[in-house]
Design a protein around this ligand. Sequence first.
Ligand SMILES: NC(=O)c1ccc[n+]([C@@H]2O[C@H](COP(=O)([O-])OP(=O)(O)OC[C@H]3O[C@@H](n4cnc5c(N)ncnc54)[C@H](O)[C@@H]3O)[C@@H](O)[C@H]2O)c1
Length: 388
Amino acid sequence: MDTIGILGAGAMGSGIAQVAAAAGHQVVMCDHLAPALHKCTKNIQITLKQLVDKGKLSDADAYALNSRIRFSDHMSDFKDCTMVIEAIAEDMEAKQISFKSMEAVVAENAILASNTSSLSISAMGANLKHPERVIGIHFFNPAPLMRLVEIIPAIQTSPEIADKAYQLVTSWGKIAVQAKDTPGFIVNRVARPYYGEALRILEEGIADEVTIDWAMQTLGGFKMGPFELMDFIGNDINYTVTETVFRAFYFDPRYKPSFTQKRLKDAHYWGRKTGRGFYDYREGAAPRALPNTDSQLGDYILKRILAMLINEAAEALYLRIATRDDIEKAMVYGVNYPKGLLTWADEIGIAEIVRIMDTLYVEYLEDRYRCCSLLRKMANDGTQFFDN
Ligand SMILES: NC(=O)c1ccc[n+]([C@@H]2O[C@H](COP(=O)([O-])OP(=O)(O)OC[C@H]3O[C@@H](n4cnc5c(N)ncnc54)[C@H](O)[C@@H]3O)[C@@H](O)[C@H]2O)c1
């Protein structure tokens, strides 16, 4: 079986190493920092022990999986790898330097992949001798548990490499979708309004955090409300992704970050991991306020956020970022949405989504609320995303 290299032994690298080793591959895990390698070794051992304790893995399988992962502080150990997945810090210069070093070591036909969440894959391959073998393979956190993987061919990537990457991650039990090399790919682009519109509703004083979370969770069926989710992801990370997407889209107001979240980031109110975020997680913290369960208010919040999400999904389809089915799968398996957004649009009615968007646009006169032309055309033609 092929040997897989992983560069970067952090949260993502260790998860991906575990996935590849579980599928039977030999894995070479490389990091430039010895403490990072040490921590990764420990984390993988802890995770495997938990799986054994829960009865999900036998002792022998855990031992075999663990022994398939080799740790190294030098990229020359990638020489026998048929694919290397880069998962170092989100920094284009560092990634470009790493890709050059990887190319110097691996065989001519080895695939060089990046797990970047937001950077251009085309730029990563630009200075290489063989940019046609560079591709984005975007796992979600935690990689062993999240089923979605976005495959992102760069403009230089050969179709065979994209096919190989697709087949490989599918053989690892993942659900693969293909996205164009554009900011945020599918999930990190389409999901932005879940946070951004919730923050806007909060900032305008229409409802507080608990009420918005209640509306999205209880009425909408989302696993977590937006504020609970931002606290879970970390306001530092979630804010940075929004800001990166906003810049990458040439400051499109649809992706505008929020000062409320920026201040939380500045204050290190990052959420669960620092004890405080939108909510207080410290021991002895006062109980959360109760939501305002007025059904009209709840319905307004849910419809407004949902319409913005659907508008974003429709725009991604309209601009051919991904296929209809891949957009649906991406939101269900990448962020656990209760159903695909385009399916949801059909259920609510395309004309109703257009009406909500237009009402917001007329109220605010902001480009942020412009309705996707695909939705408008569909409403005029009386068509749906899916046949009944
Ligand atoms: N954390 C997430 O939720 C998540 C989800 C999907 C994708 N990503 C992407 O995955 C990548 C890694 O993210 P992470 O959260 O695992 O980061 P992390 O900070 O946990 O780990 C990065 C690791 O890379 C190592 N490293 C940095 N520069 C290096 C170099 N030049 N050579 C070798 N090793 C180097 C660091 O020592 C560290 O161990 C980023 O591109 C990120 O955008 C992150």
